[in-house]
Design a protein around this ligand. Structure first.
Ligand SMILES: [Zn+2]
Length: 473
């Protein structure tokens, strides 16, 4: 999330929406809840999504026992932190949509914070794009599906949750608080709205699913850096602010109410941006008809139709040699080509039904030196993405093959992706950045209370986190 500068320009929109009290969610919930929908006894699943919480931050603060409330609450059933992985790109909208639709990016089409939709660039960080996001994902998300099954849900989030039984409306005060960098106010209001709902509604009528999206840590990390004292202090204060909510949940569990809680994140952050490089400007100098979606840690590039194949390839070859560029990727027919100063490689698709993907892959990786000697080449046989990832894991960022294959499987994938090297950003607006493929950006923490993953592989995909919690009764 980093919609800060955009919110100012959309103040009129927010003014129209007016103020929303923290009790509104609870009121809406009670009025939308029909008695026929109630079947006893139900379990409530709570997802607390701390936007932009890196795995490395949570691990380090847990080791120092500096998040006592979160640590205590999530150590009831196990004293273990799982590590999951975000999709590529490691940005908010792609990942939260994957979490809530339980599907990879190519399935829900939200392949970035900025996408091309109906030939237009849509930026989801702009609050006026909320309707477009809802239109694209409207019948895919968990709120919609629970509603179809006459189950109740609550979306305590400013963007997601439009299909929930009740959700937090965008409000002027929260918009202004973000502009004034008073992020505590925004998160507090969401936490309080949740607590009020639980206190106002009898336990047997509690929702089946609650999504709480806390944005203050991400915004502070963009402003000051993910390892800044301000970001760490923000997380510590969030730990205190969650404590009363944890107490309400614990009390209900004491009465026999079944509550499953999950705390996770949508992506991490590059640990420290050292340099800004204006690659976007350099490309526009070549041809300002090139379409660039600049997401900071990478550029999604679409070439003018008039550019012949050779010109495109030469352009990408040159880009791959730039010192700021970590990797260049493009898809041609059923092959993704990738290269940087060190490697040249391909990922080839073939139709095959793997777990979660309609394709199998094979990859080839060559180290660029005088002789272009081969470092890794999968045999002629194709394998499912996880296997291929493992095969080249020593040379490439974690889950690079799986994530890139899903991204380029999307019909509306860009002509090319240009990734920045670690600690470099293509946008100079913030101190903290994410969106790339590094482990620091891709690895996310997962904490569970009263639940286990039914089939847990070592690092679950974000789109698999909610699978299995909602088996039919
Ligand atoms: Zn985010």
């Amino acid at each position: 999330m980093k919609f800060l500068p955009l919110i100012l320009s959309h103040l009129t929109l927010l003014l129209l929406l007016g103020c929303v009290s923290r009790y509104k969610v609870s009121e809406d919930y009670r009025s939308n809840l029909s008695p026929q929908q109630y079947i006893s006894p139900r379990s409530m699943t709570v997802v607390i999504l701390v936007d932009g919480l890196p795995l490395y931050t949570l691990q380090s603060l847990f080791q120092k026992h500096q998040l006592k409330n979160i640590q205590k609450f999530f150590s009831k059933t196990q004293n273990k932190m799982y590590s999951g992985r975000s999709v590529f790109p490691s940005v908010t909208y792609a990942n939260i949509t994957s979490l809530l639709t339980k599907s990879p990016v190519n399935h829900h089409h939200i392949i970035g914070n900025k996408i091309v939709y109906n030939d237009k660039v849509v930026n989801f960080e702009n609050p006026s794009s909320k309707k477009t996001l809802e239109r694209i994902t409207s019948t895919q998300d968990i709120f919609y599906k629970l509603n179809e099954r006459k189950m109740n849900s609550v979306g305590l989030a400013h963007t997601f949750g439009g299909n929930a039984t009740s959700h937090m409306q965008t409000d002027l005060k929260s918009g202004l608080a973000i502009v004034n960098k008073n992020y505590d106010y925004v998160d507090d209001k969401l936490i309080d709205a949740f607590k009020s709902l639980l206190e106002d509604v009898p336990e047997s009528y509690w929702p089946d699913f609650v999504f709480l999206h806390l944005v203050g840590l991400d915004l502070t990390s963009h402003d000051r850096g993910p390892q800044s004292p301000e970001a760490i202090d923000y997380l510590k204060s969030l730990d205190h602010r969650l404590e009363p909510l944890f107490r309400v949940l614990e009390r209900a569990e004491g009465h026999g109410k079944s509550v499953i809680s999950l705390l996770t994140s949508d992506h991490g952050f590059d640990r420290g941006i050292e340099k800004f490089v204006s690659l976007e400007k350099s490309i526009y100098e070549i041809d300002d008809d090139v379409q660039i979606l600049n997401e900071g840690r990478y550029l999604a590039v679409n070439f003018p139709a008039s550019w012949p194949q050779k010109k495109r390839k030469d352009f990408l070859k040159e880009a791959a040699q730039r010192s700021s560029v970590g990797m260049v990727l493009y898809r041609s027919a059923d092959t993704i080509h990738f290269e940087n100063q060190e490697f040249l490689g391909t990922i080839e698709y073939t139709n095959y039904s793997c777990k979660g993907t309609p394709y199998a892959l094979r990859t080839k990786l060559q180290k660029r030196d005088i002789k272009y000697h081969k470092v890794k080449e999968s045999r002629n046989t194709y394998a499912c993405p996880e296997v291929v990832d493992h095969f080249v894991s020593h040379y490439l960022p974690p889950f690079f093959i799986t994530n890139m294959a899903a991204y380029f499987w999307e019909k509306a994938h860009p002509d090319a992706v240009i990734l920045a090297k670690d600690h470099i950003s293509f946008i100079d607006q913030y101190i903290g950045h994410h969106g790339g493929v590094s482990a620091d950006e891709v690895m996310i923490p997962i904490l569970l209370r009263n639940a286990n993953f039914p089939t847990l592989n070592k690092h679950p995909h974000i789109e698999d986190l909610l699978k299995g919690f909602f088996s039919s009764r």
